[in-house]
Design a protein around this ligand. Structure first.
Ligand SMILES: CC(C)(COP(=O)(O)OP(=O)(O)OC[C@H]1O[C@@H](n2cnc3c(N)ncnc32)[C@H](O)[C@@H]1OP(=O)(O)O)[C@@H](O)C(=O)NCCC(=O)NCCS
Length: 198
């Protein structure tokens, strides 16, 4: 089922978005591994979230809006089945009153740079807003190998709000990026907080 369609002549990869299907699992695993961004244990967690969402859709697991998915497929026209190019997974942070976490985003290396990541993030934000969300947070790595990913988040309006030194391993920080929906940047909010504390 198609849940929205996003297309622009400026994007190299016209994509449409739809819900997760059971048949997506092998291709999403292939994409996760092909990005080379995720070690095996992280791919396993990503697949667990996919399995949980598929089970919830079958009524075989707790119905969760805790793991929401959008799958991007190449838009070759309404009658043409699309090739899956990536997906995003997000959910409400149960410890907050309106913060959503982006748990996963991955785009096939063959389609990276074509706008699919931006479209997937826009979908996650739109759904989070519609569900009463006020902020999206994203965790990523601080290593040089994740510099392109950090640039991606910065390009689409996210700012670094926190850094946990040596989180993943010594010398490998966790970096948290965020975006508020009220227009205030998290950088402004952090500056206001710092000023108030002095
Ligand atoms: C990060 C990722 C999801 C981005 O998806 P994408 O489809 O390549 O990104 P888009 O084409 O939508 O790019 C959106 C913006 O980010 C910028 N951007 C994307 N990748 C970039 C890179 N490697 N370096 C610099 N900027 C980049 C684009 O230039 C674009 O900005 P613009 O429209 O102003 O020119 C994708 O590269 C990916 O799957 N990476 C590996 C997995 C990963 O790191 N996931 C996140 C884990 S936290």
């Amino acid at each position: 089922m198609t849940n929205s369609s996003c297309e622009s002549s400026t994007w190299l990869t016209p994509v449409r978005l739809r819900d997760l299907r059971a048949s997506d699992r092998p291709e999403l695993e292939r994409i996760l591994r092909a990005t080379a961004a995720f070690p095996d244990h992280e791919v396993a967690v990503a697949l667990e979230l996919i399995d949980h969402a598929l089970a919830a859709a079958r009524g075989a697991a707790r119905r969760a809006d805790d793991y929401c998915f959008a799958v991007a497929e190449h838009d070759g026209g309404s009658d043409v089945p699309g090739r899956v190019v990536g997906y995003a997974c997000w959910g409400r942070n149960p410890m907050s009153d309106g913060v959503f976490d982006l748990y996963w985003i991955a785009v096939d290396p063959a389609a990276q740079g074509g706008g699919a990541g931006r479209v997937l993030m826009a979908e996650a934000e739109s759904k989070a807003r519609a569900a009463g969300g006020r902020m999206v947070l994203v965790e990523t790595g601080g290593q040089p190998s994740f510099a392109p990913t950090r640039r991606f988040y910065e390009r689409i309006g996210y700012v670094e709000v926190a850094r946990l030194p040596d989180f993943f391993r010594v010398g490998d920080d966790k970096v948290i990026y965020g975006r508020r929906f009220d227009g205030a940047t998290l950088a402004q909010a952090a500056a206001t907080f710092a000023a108030a504390a002095h």
